[in-house]
Design a binder for this molecule. Structure first.
Ligand SMILES: [Zn+2]
Ligand SMILES: [Zn+2]
Length: 192
């Protein structure tokens, strides 16, 4: 209850976000620029001191029309479940754009950490059986995060769940996802 000039600073102190919360908030602000029809996603890359090196949001390649501007996305209109057929959407993912933007500016992101905010777009396409729940960055972004040399990923989904992934966990999830695909393809007799 320390005061300055008689003012109670308790609430001010309490409302001040800590460094981590601040970085997650920044990722959320970046996500506001997202143009994906399903999820609003924003990512920032910071160094070990929390200094922002790069940011990106999900959207069309530069100078091309976004899914939001066109009002359609082939992936969504075909009802493709979460995690599949990313080539049918022209969007570059937020995580990818954050890595790419570091290349554009020449920022060194090796050893950095990524903070991602991902929120479902209201009334957006849903595949109905909960498959649209995302568990970490997509399989393509996982590979790119590994090769970019990032060491930690923090992801906040729909403003509630927050997860933290070490580089080793990202690799493990990638292997699990590959195994899941193999199982699905076997079940559907696409591979023996
Ligand atoms: Zn799209
Ligand atoms: Zn991705």
């Amino acid at each position: 209850m320390a005061t300055q000039e008689g003012k109670d600073l308790t609430n001010y102190r309490k409302s001040r976000p800590n460094k981590h919360e601040h970085l997650m908030n920044r990722a959320k602000v970046v996500a506001e620029r997202s143009t994906c029809l399903r999820r609003k996603v924003g990512a920032i890359i910071v160094d070990k001191d929390g200094v922002v090196l790069s940011s990106g949001y999900s959207g069309a390649p530069r100078k091309m029309k976004h899914c939001l501007e066109i009002g359609d996305c082939l992936r969504t209109s075909l009802g493709i479940p979460s995690g599949e057929r990313y080539e049918l959407c022209r969007s570059v993912h937020a995580e990818q754009n954050a890595i790419i933007n570091a290349a554009r500016t020449g920022a060194t992101i090796v050893g950095g950490e990524m903070h991602i905010s991902s929120e479902k777009v209201k009334n957006a396409y849903s595949d109905g059986d909960g498959n649209d729940k995302v568990y970490g960055p997509c399989i393509i972004c996982k590979k790119e995060i590994i090769n970019a040399g990032l060491e930690m990923v923090y992801l906040k989904e729909d403003g509630v769940t927050e997860r933290r992934y070490t580089l080793e966990q990202i690799k493990r999830l990638l292997i699990q996802e590959e195994a899941k695909w193999r199982k699905n393809l076997r079940r559907n007799k696409i591979i023996p």
